[in-house]
Design a protein around this ligand. Structure first.
Ligand code: FO1
Length: 337
């Protein structure tokens, strides 16, 4: 089949964590036809706080795609007030994790539905529709997965490491509790099966994309997918665009380089998008590479990057990965069960 010539007609599945992933997802949403984008979102940063289910990456994607996000922080809502937070602090409640009043209303609604045993996928879709978002936002699984950060100061649940301890403890390893029991949802399986291309957003490879890939059956499903997979580098000029990726990579004994990201996903990638700062790295890369500005400082740049990624990725040869991955991993590809 010939590649689609109109980029807006492509069916795309993007895999994302929080802020960096949400920025590219917005660029893709602006460029693609309504309903042609599905965003599979990391839920291993989720936790229970004030008795509520908090899904930070889902909410960052929701708020960015709805255009109601706090532009400076990247997470949380614009035009927030913090009356509940101040009151909670005053009465001795936990106040290390900032919840705005509007954000809190969403958590109350989500938790109400979760307690009625409504799947997180359905809950997220209700929130998406209420915010008028045209793209599908798909939690990586309906069952809970939680990142546990093994540090020199002991094991920390992800938000305790990230927010409460400001990523200061030295990381030894990560585990994704619940991932072996979790499965990709039917919605994700259908979106991947129908996709023309799959994109790993410039999210943290170890903290945001890895938890998604650890959901039982996810990695095998992606290896078998007919659509090419392209990753956009979250590392630019030896630094993370945002967040603790560079510190984490160093602590895990890895070079802070886009090459480390390629090596990490080597059994999955058909192409890679490098920032122009790192143009000289392309000589050492054996898969197809596009070089462009990946620093999404405005909506125009988000759209330009999205267009470049789609243009580059949709003509890449498909399914070379399957033969490569069986060679590299010598592992039987099984049905998701
Ligand atoms: N990040 C912070 O650094 N401090 C916070 O107090 C904080 C609150 C918060 C509330 C809701 C939400 O959706 C996200 C929030 N984040 C906060 C961001 C979040 O911890 C991280 O961005 C992600 O988990 C990492 O992708």
């Amino acid at each position: 089949m010939e590649p689609k010539t109109n980029l807006a007609d492509l069916n795309v599945v993007a895999f994302a964590g929080g802020v960096g992933g949400a920025k590219l997802a917005l660029g893709l949403q602006e460029v693609l036809g309504h309903g042609n984008l599905s965003v599979v979102v990391n839920t291993a940063d989720d936790f229970e706080h004030w008795g509520l289910t908090i899904c930070p990456d889902i909410d960052t994607v929701l708020y960015n795609l709805a255009g109601v996000n706090n532009m400076e922080q990247g997470w949380g809502r614009a035009d927030e007030t913090f009356t509940a937070m101040e009151t909670m602090s005053h009465i001795g409640g936990e106040d290390w994790f900032t919840l705005g009043d509007k954000d809190l209303a969403l958590h109350l609604r989500r938790t109400e539905w979760i307690r009625q045993n409504i799947r997180l996928t359905e809950v997220t879709d209700r929130l998406r529709r209420s915010l008028g978002i045209p793209s599908n936002i798909l939690p990586m699984s309906d069952s809970p997965v939680r990142t546990l950060v093994h540090t020199e100061d002991g094991d920390l649940p992800f938000q305790h490491y990230f927010v409460r301890c400001r990523c200061e403890p030295v990381v030894i390893d990560l585990s994704f509790v619940g991932a072996p029991e979790a499965r990709p949802t039917v919605e994700i399986q259908e979106a991947v099966a129908q996709a023309d291309l799959l994109i790993f957003c410039p999210s943290n490879p170890f903290l945001s994309i890895d938890p998604i890939l650890h959901v039982h059956g996810m990695r095998q499903m992606l290896r078998q997918a007919k659509a090419p997979i392209v990753a956009v580098s979250p590392i630019v000029g030896g630094e993370a665009i945002k967040g603790p990726a560079a510190k984490l990579m160093t602590e895990l004994g890895k070079a802070v380089s886009a090459i480390t990201v390629i090596d990490h996903f080597e059994d999955l990638l058909d192409g890679f998008v490098l920032d122009q700062t790192d143009a000289e790295l392309q000589e050492g890369i054996t898969i197809p590479v596009a070089v462009t500005n990946t620093l999404m400082k405005s909506i125009e740049i988000k759209q330009e990057l999205a267009t470049t990624v789609l243009d580059f990725a949709h003509t890449l040869p498909k399914a070379t990965r399957v033969s490569q991955s069986t060679r590299w991993n010598n592992e039987t590809i099984t049905e998701i069960g």
